[in-house]
Design a protein around this ligand. Structure first.
Ligand SMILES: Nc1ncnc2c1ncn2[C@@H]1O[C@H](COP(=O)(O)OP(=O)(O)O)[C@@H](O)[C@H]1O
Ligand SMILES: [Mg+2]
Length: 375
């Protein structure tokens, strides 16, 4: 394998990126609670806020935003990532804050990103949790590709599910482009498939792989090997009803059928008011409420991560520096395939109808409770 090494033997850090297609689904809540859980379990842990422009991890950990963070690293020279470590009040847990003190920082150039990624491995810790921003830009996807078990948070809302699909799709396309590097023939194949999808033709990543195979066997074999190793771990958050299961199951099967990407559900967290309370208190729930179902479920996710990462000695997908070298974006086709076809109109309508029913039911309850006829 020329440009990809699976295993960085020098680094023992287990990187756990936490991503989502849509914002507000619970990444920061999960990052903070998982970090406290791993620390409690005796694992030397660092949690880092990479949601540049929307940093709030420090807040949920009860830390004032008066420290240097990633924002300083981006805007100033001579600052090292390890200089940004802040002690927290939790056992074995340090924070690198995102820093919203510096206005105008909302994105990272690819060279800065490359430098940050390189310096992640210099941190002295066992587990590194990366709280990412929402969306599916290269910034997000490149961090996800550092680990063979990136976490993706999704809620059963249709918008969250569709955005999760887009994130998975961009991850796969990014991987394809990285693998084929600057090989024009192979890149053209990917671009032409993207165009066909935009034009409404039903094509999958399997079709792209077959075509790439005919251009260069090496790439499609490499892709299959990496995708086999890359298992997205899904956390379904804010579950409310049993019907929510179906929408998530459908998403997982569509992602496999269309994008060749396997997803394992690693945890399901119910919608629970105590989460909002803990965020308002600025104290992660796992640190003070052992009885909560949220604590039990987050512990369970933590145990699975530890088991998984300690079982497989090659938990990080470490790409060589070459891969992160300035990517020649000019060869990429900018047009984006639409994925709205993922859910047929009938199931979308059914979902909307059931949500409308739920709203009406709640309106009715409020009416009774408040005796207000205008609700
Ligand atoms: N399981 C849950 N039950 C109830 N509220 C939740 C749950 N998970 C997250 N929330 C609420 O959702 C909001 C967004 O969560 P946050 O972690 O900031 O999302 P993200 O980091 O993905 O943007 C927070 O106000 C939080 O209280
Ligand atoms: Mg967040």
């Amino acid at each position: 394998m020329d440009n990809i090494n699976f295993l960085n033997k020098k680094s023992k850090i287990k990187i756990i990126p936490i991503a989502s297609g849509k914002g507000g689904v619970g990444k920061t809540f999960l990052s903070s609670n998982l970090a406290v859980t791993l620390g409690k379990a005796g694992k030397n842990t660092v949690v880092i806020d990479m949601d540049i422009g929307g940093s709030n991890l420090h807040t949920v950990l009860g830390i004032k935003n008066s420290n240097k963070g990633i924002g300083s690293l981006i805007t100033k020279r001579n600052i090292k990532l390890k200089d940004l470590l802040i002690e927290t009040q939790y056992e074995n847990l340090k924070l690198i804050s995102g820093d919203i003190l510096i206005p105008g920082v909302s994105d990272i150039s690819s060279s800065k990103r490359r430098n940050i990624i390189k310096s992640l491995y210099e941190l002295k810790c066992e587990y590194l949790i990366v709280d990412l921003g929402a969306g599916s830009s290269d910034n997000i996807v490149d961090f996800m590709l550092l680990s063979s078990f990136p976490l993706m948070v999704v809620t059963p809302q249709i918008t969250s599910v569709l955005n999760a699909y887009s994130l998975a799709k961009n991850l796969i396309y990014r991987l394809l482009y990285i693998l084929t590097d600057k090989d024009r023939k192979a890149t053209n194949v990917i671009n032409s498939f993207k165009r066909k999808i935009v034009e409404g033709e039903k094509k999958t990543v399997w079709d792209i792989l077959n075509k790439i195979y005919s251009v260069n066997k090496k790439y499609s074999n490499q892709f299959k090997k990496i995708v086999e190793k890359l298992r997205i771990k899904l956390v379904v958050n804010m579950m409310q009803t049993k019907e929510d299961n179906a929408i998530i199951k459908k998403m997982i099967s569509q992602i496999y059928q269309k994008l060749a990407l396997k997803i394992d559900i690693i945890g399901i967290l119910p919608y629970n008011q105590s989460v909002n309370y803990s965020i308002a208190k600025r104290v992660p729930i796992v640190s003070y409420n052992d009885e909560s179902i949220i604590t039990t479920n987050v512990n369970d996710i933590g145990n699975k991560i530890v088991d998984f990462s300690e079982r497989s000695d090659n938990s990080n997908l470490v790409f060589s520096e070459k891969m992160f070298d300035e990517f020649d974006n000019s060869i990429l086709d900018e047009s984006e395939p639409k994925d709205d076809s993922m859910f047929d109109k009938t199931s979308l309508l059914n979902k909307i109808t059931s949500q409308e029913k739920e709203i009406n039911r709640l309106r009715h309850i409020i009416k009774i409770l408040t005796n207000n006829k205008d609700v």
